[in-house]
Design a protein around this ligand. Sequence first.
Ligand code: CP
Length: 327
Amino acid sequence: MAAMQFRADGSLRHLLTLDGLTRRQLEELLDRAQSHVRPLGQRPSQSRALEGVTVATLFTEPSTRTRVSFELAAQRLGAQVASVEMQLSSRLKGESMLDTVYTLEALHVDCFVLRDAEATVPDLVANAVAAHVSVLSGGAGSYAHPTQGLLDALTIRQRKGKFDGLAVAIVGDVRHSRVARSAWHAFLTLGVRELRIAGPDALLPDADQFAGARRCHSIDDAVQDADVVMMLRIQKERMTQADIPDGAAYFAEWGLNATRLRRARRDAIVMHPQPMNRGVEIDSEVADGPQSAIRDQVRNGVAVRMAVLEAVIAGRDAGKSARAQSA
Ligand code: CP
């Protein structure tokens, strides 16, 4: 999978997973993203790097942050953006995802950003599009959310200045979490000292998954002396009704509150990919408190998506000019 993400010249063509990206490749994307970060209140980073490029967003699952930040990222780089309302599209008349993609390709779309409940959809589309077209995952089932993994890594690097030596705890519904899977790939590759995963037994991944992570069976154990505590939402949409835990009981056993956070290092940061369920996995006092990096994560989302869009289009254009020169 990771191999198909790169062109023969080594440039990034698609981004479907962080699995297989090297530390250097991740760091290059983080460096590029950092160059686009601006404090709130200043004008956002803008360029014409994607002038003449068309980006389409096709989200069949709900999204606030990923979709809006991909669209803002593309616009701030000068691209045209087609935001396809999948609930109003001809998919409802029976058109297949690939026929929708081929139609948009014929309308000069150069880059598709896809979110789908099916883990395999972004790969399927990446295998089908023309050679000049890129596919970026905006989250696929429980499998991967690569730009979320990058923005989480960028947030940690900004707040901690490094990955080496850090203990990172991911707590909650790890089993169904594409965010946790992309974080796992990114954080271990970038060199965190210890990655801990914790949650009720039913919400922990199978034993053969998350190699290299330490499994904890209580939130107190997971949070103890952690540098980063990342809380996850219960992914109700991936469970049967009977398996969904009661919110109050879950919060009592697994929710992050100020008392539990005191077990972490004094300078620990709290992260959450959002959407948050306050009072279920996290208390508002913590989510909005001084250790929270949650709004930084959102801000970094645009910067990371600008970096990824620039990388795939710059690689494509460089390949085209190299071919023209050698012709
Ligand atoms: N973190 C995240 O993927 O948020 P959205 O579902 O709002 O895009």
